[in-house]
Write a protein that binds this ligand. Structure first.
Ligand code: AMP
Length: 214
């Protein structure tokens, strides 16, 4: 099964997407993770992307569209994939539809996740991520047992550069302007659902599972 998860930054796409993709035996493809890996590796695309990411802006479409095409056509995506953070605007959604068509693929489920903006701000500004395994914590809501240290692998925890308050505000405004219009784009398509993602992780997961199995 191929799935698109979309919604504002901080709504929990990553957390829910990992759990769902593992349950379904498909790969989770998070655009932000692909870009952060390219930045870390110092690739040409990573160097291009960095300034946009640091400023909380969208990386140009031609960069992300090429990266996604390469990823969804890789051997490990044959059993299915879950896209998190792509598409993020209507031009990307149109490019995705075209490339899927060309490769004889289709999206079976599109799930929109929502939560109030005050909650998104709180979630993002308290977020801590493990440098080694990528597991996520929150300073107040799900703190690690030992400060600065991952419960899963003892890796070092860090705050993403773009999880600083001024960048979060910019990311939320980019979301409103560019990503929110995807709701209109997808709302009449087959397999579209919306879920309220303001609750506890496991409660949100149950809703997600239900609409995906729908
Ligand atoms: P995320 O990890 O999903 O919060 O993404 C982090 C950053 O990566 C975003 O703020 C953008 O700068 C960039 N990014 C992620 N996905 C996309 C996309 N589909 N299009 C353009 N830029 C993206």
């Amino acid at each position: 099964m191929n799935i698109v998860l979309f919604g504002p930054p901080g709504v929990g796409k990553g957390t829910q997407g990992i759990q769902l993709s593992e349950a379904l035996g498909i790969v989770q493809i998070a655009m932000g993770d692909l870009l952060r890996a390219a930045v870390k590796d110092g690739t040409v695309l990573g160097i291009k992307a960095k300034s946009f990411m640091d400023a909380g802006k969208l990386v140009p479409d031609n960069v992300v569209i090429g990266m996604i095409e390469e990823r969804i056509t890789a051997a490990d995506a044959e059993a299915g994939f879950l896209l998190d953070g792509f598409p993020r605007n209507v031009a990307q959604a149109e490019a995705l539809a075209l490339m899927l068509d060309e490769h004889g693929l289709k999206i079976e489920r599109v799930v929109f996740m929502s939560a109030p903006e005050s909650m998104l701000l709180e979630r993002l500004s308290g977020r801590l991520i493990c440098k080694a395994c990528g597991f996520g914590f929150h300073r107040h809501y799900s703190p690690p047992r030992e400060e600065g240290c991952c419960d899963q692998c003892s890796g070092e925890l860090y705050q993403r550069d773009d999880d600083r308050e001024e960048v979060i505000v910019q990311r939320l405004s980019v979301y409103q302007e560019q990503t929110q219009p995807l709701l209109d784009y997808y709302s009449n398509s087959n397999g579209f659902s919306k879920i309220d993602a303001a609750g506890e992780v496991q409660d949100v997961y149950k809703k997600l599972e239900k609409v995906v199995q729908g």
